[in-house]
Ligand binder design. Structure first.
Ligand code: NAD
Ligand code: DAU
Length: 371
């Protein structure tokens, strides 16, 4: 069991972060969670409404780049572990506006690392390296996109050279390298996980799966980039959470672990599955707030639009290291996970409509009108 007492979770109001906060409160009642989130367009406190009164949970609105605030949190809450989810996370947005990806993802991570080093240092050893308190850990949540793209064959292992292609993935790779540097130069106890595409509840509908579900319900075009034959390796968000937990408990400081679900699917297959499942669900059940006629859901909704610039063709994760060394394995099959996920979005129309209000429509028009 992890004996972390006070864990700083950054980006805990986003998709994976909010699932992780709940996972931790459920599975580690000995750990207090301090959630630092700036509440950008992707941060949503509604994701956490069911645990906001939990005695083991504290929310702080703020920026991971704010050194004064982060240092104060380390002091006030005696932070002994950090799990850094906070990031700008959407590849398409990084193509439009790269700068914020570099400031948040790189400088924000460095600011957190520096605070951890400062607060956890107990002294210096005879070689001049800092020494640290026992049982402290900085965990950086990274992505398989840092490895670049694969052709038809092969998988990413932890020793695959970093070769990021988008402003987003290059910012995440940079954050990994800065984290590595704090481990090599300052011996800060750091672990990094690189994970494949997540799916599940509370994902912002700019991402493929919730975007397509939402569009099917509105009988809107389903915009498939290029030929739709790009391949992603899908992992249920709850399996990602258990993978990070496993690394926090059993992972070796200084090590990188891939987390993947062995679920390679072409984008077009995902869209077909969403079309088919959503239609079937609507034929067999009624859902509050949905009056879409299932007879109008058809293949015709699919359209091929201009491809993403620098679009990575294929990702596939080799998760041998985490499964053999740490004993983790995913619990969801893709078939069950995607069926459950589609059902969740159908049953949570209020959530979907709320996140699609505000600036979402403007974002959607800008992103898709000229494709
Ligand atoms: P998300 O966009 O849903 O959430 C990001 C969260 O970070 C939001 O709550 C946002 O408000 C917060 N945030 C942004 N800038 C901040 C700042 N400066 N200070 C504090 N908070 C800030 O992202 P996600 O999909 O949940 O991804 C979480 C992490 O996991 C990211 O680091 C991402 O790179 C990584 N990751 C995501 C996936 C995936 O499939 N979604 C896969 C692998 C890795
Ligand atoms: O691999 C992990 C990464 O997965 C994470 O690091 C990122 O934070 C996360 O956003 C995700 O990146 P992708 O670019 O793979 O996810 P996205 O949902 O944006 O797109 C998935 C695939 O679907 C990709 O090949 C692009 C395609 N796509 C996406 C959208 C939004 C479409 O064809 N049409 C769309 O409208």
């Amino acid at each position: 069991m992890s004996d972390y007492k006070n864990m700083l979770v950054t980006g805990g109001a986003g998709f994976i972060g909010s699932n992780f906060v709940k996972y931790m409160l459920e599975n580690h009642p000995e750990t207090r969670i301090i959630n630092l989130d700036l509440l950008t367009y992707a941060g949503n406190l509604e994701n956490l409404s069911d645990i906001e009164d939990n005695d083991n949970y504290v929310f702080v609105k703020g920026d991971i780049k704010d050194a004064e605030l982060v240092n104060k949190l380390f002091e006030d809450y005696d932070i002994d572990s950090v799990v850094n989810f906070a990031a700008e996370s959407h590849v398409d947005r990084s193509i439009e506006e790269p700068e914020i990806f570099l400031t948040t993802n790189v400088l924000g991570t460095q600011n957190l690392l520096e605070a951890a080093k400062k607060h956890w240092q107990t002294g210096t050893d005879e070689e001049g390296y800092p020494t640290y308190k026992d049982n402290v850990r900085f965990h950086q949540v990274s992505t398989d996109e840092v490895y670049g793209a694969l052709g038809k064959e092969g998988m990413f292992t932890e020793t695959t050279p970093l070769s990021p292609n988008s402003p987003y993935s290059s910012s995440k790779a940079s954050a990994d390298l800065v984290s590595r540097a704090y481990n090599k130069t300052f011996k800060l106890p750091i672990t990094i996980t690189r994970c494949s595409n997540n799916y599940g509840p509370y994902q912002f509908p700019e991402k493929l799966i919730p975007l397509m579900i939402g569009n099917v319900l509105e009988l809107k075009d389903l915009p498939i980039y290029g030929d739709g034959m790009q391949v992603r390796d899908w992992l249920h968000v709850k399996d990602h959470c258990s993978g990070i937990d496993t690394v926090l408990q059993k992972g070796e400081p200084g090590q990188v672990y891939n987390i993947g679900g062995n679920n390679e699917k072409a984008n077009i297959e995902i869209v077909d599955l969403i079309l088919e499942n959503t239609k079937k669900n609507l034929e067999n059940n009624s859902y509050e707030g949905i009056d879409t006629n299932p007879d109008e859901i058809s293949e015709e909704l699919k359209i091929h639009v201009r491809d993403r610039l620098g679009h990575d063709k294929r990702y596939a994760i080799d998760n041998t290291k985490i499964t053999t060394e740490l004993g983790w394995s995913p619990s969801y099959t893709f078939e069950d996970g995607i069926a459950e996920t589609i059902e969740w979005y159908l049953e949570n129309q209020d959530w979907l409509n709320n996140v699609k209000s505000g600036d979402y429509l403007e974002y959607y028009e800008n992103m898709y009108s000229n494709r």
